[in-house]
Design a protein around this ligand. Structure first.
Ligand SMILES: [Fe+2]
Length: 182
């Protein structure tokens, strides 16, 4: 279940309909897709997955991909697996915990752990959306956002891609406001 938090504030929103209403003007959508798949549970329980295990997990989750292929035309998917000992964790955090946009949409299905997306609302207020297993988030192209892990530093997320590419982050000058760590 996702949680929305406003910067510099203790205000937290957990009601899915209210979160959807707040994010709708940005074109951001959030859905719940329960994580199922026979082999998936054992693989999701492991913090790290080798290449073979990642392919097995993606295959176990492919009913979601096949539906998205039909409905949205996504053509590729891969898996992001982050854990506290990941060797590139500081580098990845530095890359994405800055305000940025992409030329293409950013589509993530969280299947384990948690992650935090940040957005700027139309009135300039900044919010962070904590997503967990079962949350599917769609951020349109050119929408300013950032991403970070929380203290647990653990996430598994499937990324879905159109064929267009466009994944380089374009950094904007906007400063991030302060958020208490969820
Ligand atoms: Fe991004």
């Amino acid at each position: 279940m996702a949680t929305l938090q406003y910067a510099e504030s203790a205000r937290r929103i957990t009601d899915a309909a209210q979160i959807a209403t707040i994010l709708a003007p940005l074109g951001i959508t959030l859905q719940t897709i329960p994580v199922t798949g026979g082999r998936a549970a054992a693989l999701l329980a492991q913090p790290q997955l080798d290449a073979e295990a990642q392919v097995a997990l993606l295959t176990a989750l492919d009913d979601v991909f096949q539906r998205l292929q039909r409905e949205k035309g996504y053509q590729e998917r891969d898996l992001v697996v982050l854990y506290p000992e990941h060797p590139q964790l500081p580098e990845l955090n530095a890359r994405f915990h800055r305000m940025h946009t992409h030329d293409d949409e950013e589509v993530r299905y969280i299947v384990d752990g948690e992650g935090v997306f940040g957005f700027v609302l139309e009135d300039g207020a900044q919010v962070e959306l904590t997503v967990q297993a079962g949350d599917y988030v769609h951020i349109p192209a050119d929408v300013e956002h950032w991403f970070r892990l929380n203290d647990a530093q653990r996430i598994k997320a499937v990324r879905y891609f159109s064929a267009r590419g466009g994944w380089t982050p374009h950094y904007t000058d906007r400063a991030l406001q302060h958020f208490p760590n969820p």
